[in-house]
Write a protein that binds this ligand. Structure first.
Ligand code: AMP
Ligand code: ZN
Length: 114
């Protein structure tokens, strides 16, 4: 997707602080962290939001959660718990329309989320 911010980050056209990368997933630090650790996990394939997950592309979502598990074991900040967030649609707070999961750790979290 030509005008997609996260597709540009994957291609290296916009700089990012990379945490992890493999064939299908890219992980980088959020530019405006909402917790001491705040990563964004994105599929390399452009999927606009959770509504667009289907039988054909859902493997990458399972893989993203495998990566979350792996990353959570590599950093002390995750040991007491962490939060995974997906905002789908404008009312839910989605501002970048390339599927992404926020991975937050290093502080206490409240529930329900705002
Ligand atoms: P959402 O509001 O769920 O769509 O999340 C989009 C996230 O992307 C926000 O937390 C932003 O801070 C983050 N973001 C926007 N631009 C960049 C960027 N250039 N590099 C890293 N994170 C970004
Ligand atoms: Zn994209």
């Amino acid at each position: 997707m030509e005008d997609c911010l996260f597709c540009k980050i994957i291609k290296g056209e916009i700089p990012s602080k990379k945490i992890y990368e493999d064939e299908t997933v890219y992980v980088f630090e959020d530019i405006a962290p909402a917790a001491p650790v705040h990563y964004l996990l994105i599929p390399k394939e452009h999927i606009c939001c959770a509504k667009e997950i289907n039988e054909e592309n859902s493997k990458v979502v399972a893989h993203i959660f495998e990566v979350i598990s792996k990353l959570s074991k590599e950093n002390e900040s995750f040991k007491d718990g962490f939060r995974v967030v997906n905002n789908c649609g404008e009312s839910a707070g989605q501002t970048v329309f390339h599927l992404h999961f926020h991975l937050l750790a290093g502080r206490e979290f409240q529930w329900p989320a705002g």
